[in-house]
Design a protein around this ligand. Structure first.
Ligand SMILES: [Fe+2]
Ligand SMILES: [Fe+2]
Length: 300
């Protein structure tokens, strides 16, 4: 991770006072603003589901018992399992029945989605906008996953977490983040610079730190940290996939931050062209309609 020297923003007395009261965390390579460190841990059940489902020997009963240990979490899983997100015709009333029908990979995506919803807490309009971007990115990931030889569920799970740093900063520093996200930007790189100036860290590095701190899989932190970087030849497939999906989600109307120089859909989707051929890129309207309809499952 690059080193960012904390640079206190001008005229933000509360932020300065908070920083004076408790020092930021200095790791070997990065300064993490203290309130980000003090965020509650990622949902323990979701983290265990992620760990359990990566074990090929795991059986459905174990996962079911784990989730049933938290009735509120289990209820949320059932709610999403029955929502338009998945489009199953018959209603699932019992958790182990839902798990048997959906399969472990789907349950993993549900557990992460429920945990993310819980992490957001009360949603300001900005949190809502960033959450919609993350969810839209996850849904686009799912749609384009086969071109990167990824399972749709795995792509979705990493996609929904890619901007966890932005959500974490919004949650821990709402005023400073609101000022940053409300700025006037030509392009996304400027938003990252503004984050560094205001908070000492950009949302990519903040997200990677959160993922490591929560003990979540390494692939998540790689994507969090580098999804706004220019493409490099040795980028992993999942990083390339999420980077493309993030740009496409913005281009079809779900940006986390509005920039004046916004890629068109075809420009954003051109990242897919080497794999798809230009003619095979899904029509913009079709993709937007799919994402919009499925996003409705998150809203209630
Ligand atoms: Fe991002
Ligand atoms: Fe994004």
């Amino acid at each position: 991770m690059p080193l960012y020297v904390t640079d206190t923003p001008p005229g933000r007395a509360t932020f300065e006072a908070d920083r004076a009261a408790e020092p930021d965390l200095q790791t070997d390579t990065i300064t993490i603003p203290i309130k980000l460190c003090n965020l509650p841990p990622f949902n323990g059940i979701a983290a265990k589901v992620l760990a359990l489902t990566s074990d090929p020997e795991i059986d459905l009963q174990q996962v079911s018992l784990l989730i049933e240990g938290d009735p509120a979490f289990a209820a949320e899983i059932l709610f999403l399992a029955n929502s338009s997100l998945f489009g199953f015709q018959s209603r699932m009333h019992v958790l182990h029945h839902a798990i048997a029908i959906l399969g472990l990979d789907r349950v993993k995506t549900l557990a992460v989605t429920v945990a993310m919803r819980g992490f957001l807490g009360n949603r300001s309009p900005l949190v809502h906008q960033c959450w919609r971007h993350s969810a839209a990115c996850a849904l686009v990931c799912e749609q384009i996953s086969s071109w990167y030889d990824f399972s749709a569920q795995r792509a979705y799970t990493v996609g929904i977490m890619h901007d966890i740093g932005r959500l974490g900063l919004l949650k821990s520093y709402p005023q400073e983040s609101a000022l940053v996200l409300g700025g006037d930007y030509q392009e996304a790189r400027e938003v990252l610079d503004a984050e560094c100036k205001a908070l000492g860290v950009d949302h990519g590095c903040a997200g990677a730190w959160l993922i490591d701190n929560w003990g979540l899989p390494e692939a998540f932190s790689e994507v969090c940290e580098h999804h706004h970087d220019a493409p490099r030849r040795n980028d992993s497939a999942i990083l390339r996939l999420v980077r493309a999906a993030c740009g496409i989600a913005e281009a079809i109307g779900f940006p986390a931050v509005k920039c004046r120089r916004q890629l068109s859909y075809l420009e954003a989707a051109s990242a897919l062209a080497p794999r798809l051929g230009r003619k095979a890129i899904p029509p913009e309207e079709e993709l937007r309609a799919v994402v919009t309809a499925r996003l409705a499952a998150f809203e209630r």
